[in-house]
Design a protein around this ligand. Structure first.
Ligand code: AMP
Ligand code: ZN
Length: 141
């Protein structure tokens, strides 16, 4: 994808503060950080999001995330870290090249959870489970 900003960063045609790269993935600093140390981890190959992501690439991305997370936490003196991922605009995706947000967290940093947990209607939960089981049966097995 020639006009994809993350592809351009991967090709070193656009500037970025790169903190890690190998032949398959790259990690660089988010230019609008939620917290200091907010890092993006991307596959070097272009995938729009989770809906077209290659499974082997996904597995490798998570492997690298497991290695980078403690380094980022230590470097930033953080107390925790969120891994976030957005898929499609309805889910807040704004850059359409798959990426994981690695966001260092500290108590009192002001970042709020995106939803307030409240008990759901058991019938709705059951109905959703039934629909999802059927879709998994159709698509995954
Ligand atoms: P999302 O909303 O999950 O698609 O997140 C996209 C992220 O990419 C946002 O947090 C942006 O701040 C970040 N971003 C956009 N352009 C750049 C760039 N050129 N370099 C680094 N981060 C970027
Ligand atoms: Zn791209």
């Amino acid at each position: 994808m020639t006009d994809c900003i993350f592809c351009r960063i991967v090709r070193k045609e656009a500037p970025a503060e790169i903190v890690y790269e190998d032949d398959k993935v790259m990690a660089f600093m988010d230019i609008n950080p939620a917290n200091p140390g907010h890092t993006l981890l991307v596959p070097k190959a272009h995938f729009r999001n989770i809906f077209d992501l290659d499974e082997e690439v996904a597995a490798y991305l998570m492997k690298v995330a497991v290695r980078l997370a403690p380094a980022i936490k230590e470097a930033m003196g953080a107390e925790g870290l969120n891994i976030l991922n957005a898929n499609e605009p309805a889910a807040f995706q704004s850059v359409f090249h798959f990426h994981l947000h690695l966001i260092p967290r500290t108590f009192g940093d002001g970042i709020r959870p995106p939803w307030i947990p409240r008990p759901g209607d058991p019938n709705q939960i059951k109905a959703a489970a039934e629909r999802i089981r059927k879709a998994i049966e159709r698509r995954v097995r």
